[in-house]
Design a binder for this molecule. Structure first.
Ligand code: ACM
Length: 675
C-alpha cells in the first residue's frame, strides 16, 4: 500500500516530459516507442533467424543473446549457437541486417524493433544497430501470470550522440581482465560504445611494449596487460560493438616511464613509481629529438595493436616545474621565443601529430591541449569545465564532455543524468553543436579496487549512457530512478559485482555473518564527495586498505534518497501512510547504535564510524520528536529547535571518511515541527 501511495505521489510530482507513450524498463529510452498491446510469449521453441548480410559479429551476439534470455527464464531453448544455417524467416526473432559495421565514429547504430504476438523482428542497416536492438529486447523481457513475454512495441531507435564512452583507469589501481570484461558486458547492455583505457601513469605503465620492454618490466611491477590480453579485450569489445581507445598520458603523469627510461626525463633524479595520488612534476623532456624518436617507435607499435582511429595522448596536468628546473629546456624555449611552458606543450602536440597521422590515427587529448596553433584534426576531451567544450566546438574542433561525468566523485545519479553535453540554453549554433560528439564517464581508480570499482561505475553510468543516447527531453528523474533499479539487476546478472560484493564487504568488516546494524548505518551514509575523501591527496596510497566503511558505502544511497524525498512530501502533505514509513525508519535508526557497538567490539576497524552511528541515533530521535509534535499539533518546548539544530550540525561531521545522508531531512522535520 505504501508502495502504491508512493507511486501515486511520484506520478503527481513529476509528469513525464517526453513523447514516448511508455518507457517500460528501458535504459536508454529509445528515440520513438509505441506499445501495441500485443504480447509475444516465450516458449522452449523460441528461435532466432538472421537474414540479409549477416556478419560473424551478429551471429555471436545473437547466440549470446539467446543464452542470456534462457539463463533468465530457464526454458531450455532447443536452438544452439546461431550460424548461417539459421536463416528461417519464420523464426521467433528474425534479425535483418544489411551490412557489417565499421567500428568507427559516426557508424550507423540505428535499428527498428517490432514485437507482435507471433514474431519479433529487429531490422537494422548494420550489425551494430542489430546488436543495440538485441539489448533493447533483453530489457523488454517481462512476466505475467502466464509466464514470460515481450510486450508488443514498435521501436525506432538511433543514438543522439555517436560517442558514448567510459574511461577506465587501470593504473591508479590495477584492474585485471575480468573487470574489463564485465565492464564491457555492462556497457553493451546500456548501448555504450567506447571503452577508453587509461593505460599509463606516474604509478604504473600498464601495458606490454615489445619495443621498449623496460616500460612494463620496470614500470609495472607485474601489473600490465600483455599484447595478447589487449587483443582479447579488443575482440571481446568488438563483438559487443564497442571501440577501445588507448590513452598514453604524456608529457606529464609519466613517472613510470622515467623509472624505466630516465633518459626521457626533464630532470636527472632517481625515479621511483609514485605511490601517492595527485599531480606531480616529472615530465618528458620534449625538447630532445630522442624523446620523439622514442614516442614514434612506441606509438607506432601501439597503433598497430589498437585498431581504433583515435589515439589519446593525455596532455593533462603537466605542472611545467620540471621543465623550469632544466636550464637546457629554458634555453630552448628562449631561443624559440616561448614565454610559457604552455607554448612548449603546443609545440609538443604539433610534433606528435604527424607521428600519429603516419600511423593512420587521429589525436585525442584532455582539454589542456586546446591551444592556439594546435591543428584542427584533434579531439578535445573536456574535463575542467564545460567552457572548453564550448570553446572547442566554436573553434571547430570535435569535442566530448567528461565534466559532470566524473563518477569517481560519488555524486548522485541525477546530477550526472541532468548534465547534458548540449544543454537547452547552449550558445552554440546548430552547426557548432555538430562538433560535440558525446561524452565519457570517467572511472579514475585512486580510491577503488577490483572489489569496489563496479559499485562506483554501476548503476549510475547507465543514466549517463541514457543521457548520451536518448533525446534531451528524456529527463524525468523519477522515471530514471525507477528504471535504474531494474537495470541495476540486469547489470548484476551480467557480472557486475556492485550489489553482490556489498554482502562480502560487510561481513569482512563486521567480522561476522551478522551485519545487520552495520548495514543499517551503511545504507544512510556515503563516502565523502568530490575530492574531500582523500584530503590533500595525503590520506591514501596505492597500498592503502580499501576495505573500510567508506569502501562499503556507495554513492546515491537509495534509502537515504527516498527518505529525504518522503520527508519533503510529508512536511507539505502530512500524509499518514508516509508518516508511518518515516517513523519506521527513524525507529530503526534510533535503536541501531547499541547493536552497532556490539559489532565494533568484534571489529575495531569500525571504531572510526562510532560517531556516525551515535549521531544517526540522536538525529533519528529528533525526527521522531518532530513528527510527534506535528502529529499532536503541539508546539515543541522553548529552545528545542535551537538545541536540535546544534545536534544536527554536529551530525554533519564526517566519520570514517563518510557522512550521513539524512541530516538535512531531519532538519526539515525540525523546522516543520517548529512552525
Ligand atoms: C584528468 O582528470 N586529469 C583528466
Amino acid at each position: 500500500m505504501i508502495k502504491y501511495i508512493l507511486f501515486c505521489f511520484s506520478i503527481l510530482y513529476s509528469a513525464p516530459s517526453f513523447s514516448q507513450d511508455r518507457t517500460f524498463d528501458l535504459m536508454p529510452v529509445p528515440k520513438a516507442i509505441k506499445s501495441t498491446g500485443d504480447r509475444f510469449r516465450l516458449l522452449k521453441s523460441f528461435s532466432i533467424g538472421v537474414i540479409g548480410n549477416p556478419s560473424d559479429r551478429i551471429y555471436k551476439e545473437a547466440s549470446r543473446s539467446l543464452r542470456r534470455l534462457d539463463d533468465r527464464m530457464g526454458l531450455f531453448f532447443m536452438q544452439g549457437n546461431i550460424t548461417k544455417k539459421d536463416n528461417n524467416t519464420t523464426a521467433s526473432l528474425l534479425i535483418e541486417v544489411k551490412r557489417a559495421a565499421n567500428l568507427k565514429l559516426y557508424e550507423d547504430e540505428s535499428y527498428q524493433l517490432f514485437s507482435g504476438a507471433k514474431q519479433v523482428r529487429i531490422v537494422a542497416n548494420t550489425d551494430l544497430g542489430a546488436i543495440r536492438g538485441l539489448e533493447t529486447l533483453q530489457q523488454l523481457l517481462s512476466t505475467d501470470d502466464f509466464g514470460y513475454y515481450f510486450p508488443g512495441v514498435e521501436i525506432n531507435d538511433d543514438p543522439r550522440f555517436p560517442w558514448r564512452g567510459l574511461l577506465l583507469d587501470i593504473t591508479l589501481h590495477w584492474m585485471p581482465m575480468d573487470v574489463i570484461k564485465r565492464t564491457l558486458d555492462c556497457m553493451a547492455s546500456v548501448k555504450m560504445n567506447v571503452l577508453h583505457l587509461h593505460l599509463t601513469e606516474d604509478q604504473l605503465f600498464g601495458i606490454e611494449s615489445k619495443v621498449f620492454p623496460r616500460l612494463q618490466e620496470v614500470g609495472a611491477e607485474g601489473n600490465y596487460y600483455s599484447q595478447e590480453n589487449i587483443k582479447e579485450i579488443i575482440a571481446f569489445a568488438d563483438q559487443r560493438g564497442i571501440r577501445v581507445v588507448p590513452e598514453f598520458d604524456v608529457p606529464g603523469h609519466c613517472t613510470s616511464w622515467l623509472k624505466a627510461y630516465p633518459e626521457l626525463a626533464s630532470v636527472k633524479r632517481e625515479y621511483e613509481l609514485q605511490r601517492y595520488f595527485g599531480v606531480f612534476d616529472p615530465a618528458l623532456d620534449v625538447t630532445k629529438d630522442y624523446t620523439y624518436e622514442f614516442l614514434e617507435k612506441l606509438f607506432t607499435e601501439m597503433s598497430q595493436l589498437f585498431p581504433d582511429e583515435y589515439f589519446h595522448i593525455g596532455g593533462d596536468e603537466n605542472t611545467g616545474k620540471d621543465w623550469d628546473r632544466n636550464p637546457n629546456i629554458k634555453e630552448y624555449m628562449q631561443k624559440k621565443g616561448m614565454k610559457t611552458y604552455r607554448e612548449l606543450e603546443t609545440e609538443f602536440i604539433q610534433r606528435l601529430l604527424p607521428i600519429l597521422q603516419k600511423n593512420g590515427k587521429k589525436m585525442m587529448g584532455w582539454d589542456e591541449i586546446l591551444r592556439p596553433g594546435v591543428p584542427h584534426d584533434i579531439m578535445i576531451q573536456s574535463w575542467r569545465g564545460t567552457e572548453s567544450l564550448v570553446e572547442a566546438a566554436k573553434k571547430e574542433y570535435t569535442a566530448l564532455l567528461s565534466t559532470g561525468y566524473y563518477i569517481d566523485l560519488i555524486q548522485p545519479t541525477d546530477f550526472h543524468y541532468l548534465t547534458d553535453p548540449i544543454p537547452a540554453n547552449t550558445t552554440l549554433t546548430a552547426e557548432q553543436q555538430k562538433f560535440i560528439v558525446g561524452g565519457e564517464a570517467t572511472m579514475w581508480t585512486e580510491l577503488v579496487t577490483p572489489e569496489t570499482v563496479d559499485s562506483r561505475i554501476w548503476p549510475r553510468t547507465a543514466a549517463i549512457a541514457e543521457r548520451l543516447w536518448s533525446a534531451s527531453t528524456v529527463n524525468n528523474v523519477t522515471d530514471m530512478y525507477r528504471r535504474l533499479d531494474q537495470i541495476s539487476l540486469l547489470l548484476e546478472g551480467l557480472g557486475s559485482t556492485h550489489i553482490k560484493n556489498k554482502g562480502m564487504l560487510l561481513r569482512r568488516l563486521a567480522n561476522s555473518v551478522d551485519t545487520k546494524a552495520l548495514e543499517v548505518l551503511v545504507d544512510v551514509i556515503e563516502p565523502l564527495k568530490i575530492y574531500e575523501r582523500n584530503a590533500g591527496d595525503t590520506m591514501y596510497t596505492v597500498f592503502s586498505p580499501f576495505t573500510k566503511i567508506a569502501d562499503v558505502a556507495t554513492p546515491d544511497q537509495k534509502i537515504a534518497r527516498e527518505f529525504r524525498k518522503n520527508v519533503s512530501i510529508y512536511c507539505a502533505s502530512r500524509d499518514k501512510l508516509l508518516e508511518k514509513d518515516l517513523l519506521e525508519h527513524l525507529s530503526v535508526w534510533k535503536e541501531n547504535h547499541a547493536p552497532f557497538l556490539e559489532i565494533v567490539k568484534r571489529s575495531p576497524v569500525l571504531t572510526e564510524a562510532v560517531g556516525l552511528s551515535e549521531n544517526l541515533a540522536q538525529i533519528a530521535n529528533l525526527g521522531l520528536q518532530g513528527i510527534g509534535y506535528m502529529n499532536t499539533r503541539s508546539s515543541p518546548p522553548g529552545g528545542w529547535k535551537t538545541e536540535s539544530l546544534e545536534i544536527t550540525k554536529k551530525a554533519k561531521e564526517q566519520g570514517g571518511r563518510c557522512d550521513l545522508q539524512v541530516v538535512t531531512a531531519i532538519e526539515e522535520l525540525i523546522n516543520a515541527a517548529s512552525k
